[in-house]
Ligand binder design. Structure first.
Ligand code: SF4
Ligand code: SF4
Length: 299
């Protein structure tokens, strides 16, 4: 299990939250925000931007930091939680009008159970182990430190049949860190195109999910999904190995659906190839060229 002292997501006592303004002012990334309109306040917390720094919990007793790090989601919007409050004349919260829709995820099972699930799912889907290509698209290397830990003696994920590979052509899944720098944008697109379909993409960390503290600027494109399609988002800054494993397991759950969709698309197009067709003309079959940059050429 994850250590009790590990830093996970902040948890808000939504029903007893008196005022979101101090926490929003303290939040360095804009993960907590609010909008006042017609005597109502809509408050949002966006885990895609959250670095789990704990500054909001320091200034607001309705917020506490937890060790819950299994926050990965399949949709970007599921990382955002919002609630609507009536406002008192002094700007503090009255009653809650609309409660948050997403429940806090529960702590899951042991490392062995999680690892075995990945191993069994990989065997069921691929008939072999899971191969991952990691792409640093502009990370500060914090996320890489955690990814490297997956291969260390504590997690030792090779025993669960998870292997990091050097070539994207050997990979089933891309693990992408960092805000995508403009220098790495084309390299990321080419790496994505080189992974055989149905490829899975996991955006890692606050930077990968939203651009993080870097956002979008002259040097970065921001979130990974601004450049290539993403299947799973793993928040955190950096997400710990436990959170990474949880996100990888979640991503594997998307594989059958993507394989079926790809097969149907090829049948409709009359290509007659199956999901394991080798790349043709340098591009994996069914590669979504339209999503790639103008002038893009496969490696
Ligand atoms: S933990 Fe830090 S980044 Fe996350 S909401 Fe709180 S202040 Fe913002
Ligand atoms: S999410 Fe945090 S640790 Fe990961 S690349 Fe961004 S700043 Fe670094």
């Amino acid at each position: 299990m994850i250590a009790a002292r590990a830093r996970g997501r902040p948890e808000i006592e939504w029903a007893n939250w008196k005022d979101a303004r101090p926490a929003a002012a303290a939040c360095p990334t804009g993960a907590i925000s609010y909008q006042d309109e017609n005597g109502r306040r809509t408050v949002r917390i966006d885990l895609a931007k959250c670095t789990f720094c704990g500054l909001c919990a320091d200034v607001d007793e309705a917020i506490r930091m937890t060790s819950v790090c299994e926050c990965a989601t399949r949709r970007r919007e599921d990382l955002e939680t919002r609630a609507v409050y009536n406002l008192h004349p002094d700007g503090s919260h009255g009653g809650m009008i609309s409660p948050p829709a997403h429940a806090t995820p529960a702590q899951s099972e042991s490392l062995e159970v999680l690892g075995q699930k990945i191993k069994e799912r990989a065997k069921e889907m691929f008939g072999r182990s899971l191969h991952i290509r990691q792409v640093d698209a502009g990370s500060c290397n914090g996320c890489e430190m955690e990814i490297v830990s997956l291969n260390g003696p504590v997690y030792d994920i090779e025993r669960f049949g998870i292997h990091f590979v050097a070539s994207p052509r050997h990979a089933d899944l891309l693990l992408v860190t960092g805000p995508v720098t403009r220098n790495m944008e084309l390299a990321l697109k080419r790496t994505y195109a080189a992974v055989p379909e149905p490829r899975l993409v996991v955006a890692v960390g606050a930077c990968g999910c939203s651009g993080g503290i870097f956002g979008v600027n002259y040097a970065t494109r921001g979130a990974v999904d601004a450049v290539i399609p993403v299947d799973v988002y793993i928040p955190g800054c950096p997400p710990n190995p436990w959170a990474l494993l949880h996100g990888i397991l979640l991503a594997m759950g998307r594989w059958p659906e993507k394989a079926d969709r790809g097969r149907q698309e090829r049948e409709t197009a009359g290509a007659g190839a199956d999901a394991f067709s080798p790349p043709r003309n340098g591009l994996p079959s069914g590669c979504a060229r339209s999503k790639l940059a103008p002038g893009f050429r496969p490696v």
